[in-house]
Structure formats: C-alpha cells, structure tokens
Ligand binder design. Structure first.
Ligand code: MG
Length: 258
C-alpha cells in the first residue's frame, strides 16, 4: 500500500490505517461503560479556569477579598480582620479570638488557599508562625513558617500534622505568599462506624508536590497516634487560630465526587 502523505507526516501507512479504523468504531472494553474513543461519551462540563487571584467558574468561593460571610466562629461572626493591600483583599487571624470554620460543610474537594506569615514574625519551632487548614474540621494540613524554621518534620509547612512530613520544603520566606492546592478525599465509614476507606490528601505547595495521595491515619492529634471516629459525610473546613497573626486570601473550593 502506498501512502503519499505519510512520509510528510512522519508515520507509516499501517499507522494511518490503524488510526482511521480506531476512530471509526469504539473498541470493546469489556465491562467498562464506554468504548475507547466512543463518540457517545458525554463531553466534560466547560469550566473557565480562572487564573491568578481568580477562581474557576464552577468553584465555591470561600473568600472573595471582601468579607468573611462564608465563615463562622462559635456560631457567631468570624472575628478575624479583613484588610487589603495593593494586591487585593485578605484577612488576618485575630490571635486569641478562636479558630474559624466555613458555615457550609464539604466532603471530598479540591481546595485552593493562599497564606502568608507577616515579614516581622519570628518563627521558633511550632511557635510564632502557626496555623492550619482542617478538612472536615479534623484533618489538618499544617501551615507553619518553614523558611527558615526547624521543627519536627511532621509539623512543618506541607505536613499532614503528626502523620506525614512534606516530600520537600517548598515554603516561601516570611512576607511572601504561599499557595496550597489540595485534592482531599474524605474517608468512608461502614454503618457500624468502622472505617471502610481511609481519606487521602494530595498537596501542592507553591506548585510543588508535597503530599502524594497520602493516606490519612485519622483525626489530627498532638503527640498521639491519630485515630478515626465515624462522622458525617460533609463537615466545615476550619482555619486554626494558634495565636499567630497569619494572613489568608483567594480561597475557593470545588466539591469532588467520591
Ligand atoms: Mg497548626
């Protein structure tokens, strides 16, 4: 068989025919729902991807730079302070006022959050530069000034507190914003309350992979081995008041199917 355009395309006539045949009829994939290249397979939903400081079009925006309306503390208004600078709005922990949590509950999700340790903060181990993101109000992704700052490694930036250190230290120095992009999968429980499937976290810190589908041991504990306790499928996301005036901005979330 001769193919006049194949040399120009850098492929063989056999490859060209094979591609044509594959495109013509979906390949049987046995028990799988869809055939390979199945034209009847539904198109993914269109999502405008957002960009710097802008959430994707299908995201739940948890902080838009203006208000803490999506957050609560102890059943009342979140008392942390909303501020702004040249880059836009952010909010700051009001030390001693208590942790805050979202009014709505969430299960598995993709979360984007940006945080910054003020430039004048002195980080001394777990003191001075500490906060955290608590998925489902109990699974902490640690926030800690870690450039420079030595502490136990399962308690530094990018750590799943008390469980896994980050794969690398990709933390920016104090005074610079850091970004977390997280894929969180909620744990599943049997009707008798026993664990059916552990939760997981995949985390990028400033675009660098620091947790690679790490399997959660249980609810975050200090100086103790974490254990699971059955809970609802959707619970708030918490931000920790550890007594330090950390800053946050650009928080959005996309619920994920389990
Ligand atoms: Mg913490």
């Amino acid at each position: 068989m001769r193919c006049t355009i194949c040399p120009a395309l850098g492929i063989s006539a056999f490859a060209l025919v094979s591609v044509a045949l594959l495109a013509a009829a979906p390949q049987d994939t046995g028990a799988k729902k869809w055939g390979v290249h199945d034209k009847d397979r539904p198109q993914p939903v269109m999502v405008a991807p957002g960009g710097h400081g802008k959430a994707p079009s299908d995201a739940v925006v948890l902080f838009d730079g203006k208000s803490l309306d999506k957050w609560t503390a102890g059943g009342g208004a979140a008392a942390w302070e909303v501020k702004s600078d040249a880059s836009g709005g952010y909010f700051q922990v009001k030390p001693g006022s208590g942790s805050i949590r979202t009014k709505d509950g969430f299960g598995s999700c993709q979360l984007h959050i940006e945080w910054m340790i003020p430039a004048d903060r002195q980080c001394n181990g777990q003191q001075g530069c500490n906060s955290g993101v608590f998925f489902m109000d109990r699974y902490e992704l640690q926030i800690l000034g870690s450039n420079p700052n030595q502490t136990y490694v399962d308690g530094m930036a990018g750590a799943m507190y008390g469980q896994y250190p980050p794969l690398v230290n990709a933390c920016n120095p104090n005074g610079q914003w850091n970004t977390y992009d997280v894929v969180f999968h909620a744990p599943k429980f049997n009707t008798d309350g026993s664990l059916a499937k552990a939760g997981t976290m995949t985390v990028f810190l400033n675009g660098v992979l620091v947790q690679d589908h790490s399997e959660i041991w249980g609810a975050t504990a200090h100086a103790a081995v974490a254990k699971y306790s059955a809970h609802e499928p959707k619970l708030p996301i918490g931000l920790q008041d550890h007594g330090d005036p950390l800053c946050f901005r650009n928080i959005w979330l996309r619920p994920l199917a389990d």
